[in-house]
Design a protein around this ligand. Sequence first.
Ligand SMILES: NC(=O)c1ccc[n+]([C@@H]2O[C@H](COP(=O)([O-])OP(=O)(O)OC[C@H]3O[C@@H](n4cnc5c(N)ncnc54)[C@H](OP(=O)(O)O)[C@@H]3O)[C@@H](O)[C@H]2O)c1
Length: 216
Amino acid sequence: MTTVGVLGGTGPAGRGVAIRLASAGYDVILGSRDELRAGVTAAALVPRGPGVVRGATNEVAADCDLVIVATPYDSAVATVKALKSALAGKIVISMVNALAKEGREMVPLYPARGSMAAQLAFALPESTIVGAFHHLPASDMEDLDSDLDADVVIFSDDAPARDVVAALVNEMPGLRAIIAGSMSLASAIEAFTAVCISVNIRHKAHSYVKLAGLPE
Ligand SMILES: NC(=O)c1ccc[n+]([C@@H]2O[C@H](COP(=O)([O-])OP(=O)(O)OC[C@H]3O[C@@H](n4cnc5c(N)ncnc54)[C@H](OP(=O)(O)O)[C@@H]3O)[C@@H](O)[C@H]2O)c1
């Protein structure tokens, strides 16, 4: 079974993805700069399924078969650069959004290469970057009793890697994978997260993305 590492896994985004991956049967390493914090955080996550979540350093998480980047946008590039050799030859999923809060709204920021996924791809030329999980409300992800029924929009320039990530997402409870296309969509997909969060702030809601009209 594939092992999955989450860099910056102690935050809400990483925890939510980790518990649903473990509920799907994956062994997940919750990575952190602080091994103790990772252990305490992982111990509080109780998946419903055969998988487990363990806490460790980001270095240990980067040794997993597949790795998810779940740090804030302004530390994502430095975090992966330090782990470049461990991440070489692997699929690295970016769920990183570059956003800023302005009043009651989130606004998208535009990183130098147009998207955080493109920045990670530039920093990790020997890895395969796939974008996924950007629009998910972390609190509903972490709460396995929430009625989450969300779509995960996936993009990458590598079609087989997109398929691997889509298969993984479809195993996670409450999620459906939608392959959108190539890395050229990264900027729009990441920026749309600002719309999702702004809607949730304005309407005091936990809405999520669900695309209508697709064949089953
Ligand atoms: N929250 C959501 O609903 C959500 C949903 C989808 C996508 N995302 C995206 O997922 C990413 C993480 O979101 P989050 O809300 O979980 O963020 P967060 O809580 O601010 O940060 C996640 C983790 O990153 C690590 N971290 C913080 N500063 C760091 C630094 N300077 N260098 C290295 N690691 C650092 C911390 O772990 P340690 O201190 O343990 O190392 C922290 O627990 C963001 O890019 C966000 O846009 C979030």
